[in-house]
Design a protein around this ligand. Sequence first.
Ligand SMILES: NC(=O)c1ccc[n+]([C@@H]2O[C@H](COP(=O)([O-])OP(=O)(O)OC[C@H]3O[C@@H](n4cnc5c(N)ncnc54)[C@H](OP(=O)(O)O)[C@@H]3O)[C@@H](O)[C@H]2O)c1
Length: 315
Amino acid sequence: MRAAVVEEYGTPRLRDFPEPVASAGEVVVEVAAAGVNPVDVSKAAGTFYAGRARVPFVAGGEGVGRLADGRRVWFDQPVHPFGSMAERAAVLESGLLPVPDRLDDGVAVTLGIAGLAAWLPLSWRARVEPGETVLVLGATGVLGRIAVQGAKLLGAGRVVAAGRDAEALARAAELGADATVRFDGEVAGEDLTDAFRAAAGGSVDVVIDPLWGEPAAAALGALGPGGRLIQIGQSAGPLASIPSAAIRGKLAEIRGHTNFLVPPEEKAAAYAALCEHALAGRLTVDVERLPLSEVERAWERQRAGTGGTKLVLVP
Ligand SMILES: NC(=O)c1ccc[n+]([C@@H]2O[C@H](COP(=O)([O-])OP(=O)(O)OC[C@H]3O[C@@H](n4cnc5c(N)ncnc54)[C@H](OP(=O)(O)O)[C@@H]3O)[C@@H](O)[C@H]2O)c1
């Protein structure tokens, strides 16, 4: 079959790869669409924080497809050396979630890794209360764009979208952000904390943080009493310098989030809620489909940043 194969750490290439065979607890999916995520780039580069996979392997951690019995599913647990960026993948049966018939393949993929990592930090890790103020860092990315809308759907009173890309911030405002903060290296430290507070109209209750680094440190300074920062990714850097008072003095909390450790019933409920909101037109995602043969271009685009548009590879 045709597949995007990582033969040496770096960029996957289109190659022939052996057909997957399912062992016990696994199933073969006919892939309709595979999502391109930052984690795929770091896994292919051999720099993923949780360890490196043995080469060769097929790239891609999530996709939407059909099982032999006709069921349409989203999956996120391909079995090494298989991956979603191929015509077929062997995946763990326990990780399958049903996809509603009327939902587009590309949208269904976008609501997977990115959608879950936007929604669950709000609903499950932060437990956003009606009326609370939510600051979304990286609101210019795919995850952040969903988090801005998710915060509103979960009852947040005020949502502030923050990021570097002015055009993508304008899109976040179109999609419901009440205020935006653009940071570009010149606005940093306490000035950035002040900009967050000004946009929030006071202190912030919940920070959705896919960035870490300088923006997360500044956002912690804007939290009010009982505030929570949910740490999801490190797009701005693996380290942040955080003064003790930013946490201690307000009983603030930093809570981690990884989709990998979410209880199955939480994950299924979150995915179903996201699909329902998308089908009802309450949640919008921007998707660009590329043929699998353009995997190398997709890698370049994902590395450079897609301005909040989800890239999806179609085998
Ligand atoms: N924990 C989990 O389970 C989980 C699941 C999904 C994703 N994630 C992580 O969440 C993050 C976002 O994912 P995504 O799908 O939204 O990716 P994406 O669409 O590529 O967005 C990346 C975001 O990071 C920002 N960014 C990149 N480099 C930056 C820098 N040096 N300083 C400040 N901002 C920077 C981009 O802002 P600009 O537009 O301004 O460049 C953009 O908002 C990634 O780190 C990803 O690994 C974690």
